[in-house]
Write a protein that binds this ligand. Sequence first.
Ligand SMILES: Cc1cc2nc3c(=O)[nH]c(=O)nc-3n(C[C@H](O)[C@H](O)[C@H](O)COP(=O)(O)O)c2cc1C
Length: 207
Amino acid sequence: MANVLIVNGSLGGSTGNTAELLALAEERLQGEVEVSHLELCREPTLDRMLAAIEKADGFLFGSGTYWDSWGSPMQRFLEMTAHTEGQSIWVGKPACAIVTCHAVGGKGVLTRLLGVMNVYGVLLPPFAGFSYTYVADTALPHASDHLKNELWTADDTDVVCHNLLEAMRGGRNWKQWPTNEGRYGEKWLYAYSAKYGLSPDAGSTVP
Ligand SMILES: Cc1cc2nc3c(=O)[nH]c(=O)nc-3n(C[C@H](O)[C@H](O)[C@H](O)COP(=O)(O)O)c2cc1C
């Protein structure tokens, strides 16, 4: 059975926020692949890291966002494994990532983390990751369909896991999360209009 290595680089580790989404991912992956773990905040040795990476056929990375960056356990992991960049333990193996944050910075962390791993040699499937915010978690129950489609949700874990497995199988039957395809330029901000009681259609040009 193929093996997926879940690499949690969060400060919160197995009891943190990111671990919640990684647990959903593990549930989704179970039965289709064997799942292994690297809990980076427990400071695994380099030998343990390399053995787990070598055994893996695919990777799912996770981290919170700490002052616009990934966690120090993830940074330690990247520094300790940097010399393996481009080696066969990585090259061509599919990788995805899930990042959490309160409000701002998670998407940047996601993009940079996937970018670094791609330079290590991993293969990035379509829709290879998402960032989930505390703000979205709070807003989603109240959001319009339009806004819901703009926000990543915990359900997108399924898309990421599906595409990770599909890439590992060498297939092309990708899943995609909901979008607002074809709908752009929606007016949603009425700060000035509301302040002066203007009709939403009146425009907000200062008289
Ligand atoms: C030191 C520190 C810095 C943080 N910086 C940010 C940040 O820049 N942007 C943000 O939206 N959330 C920030 N957060 C919130 C965390 O990203 C968020 O709670 C995340 O889910 C933590 O993941 P974890 O529980 O898996 O460690 C920060 C949290 C801590 C403890």
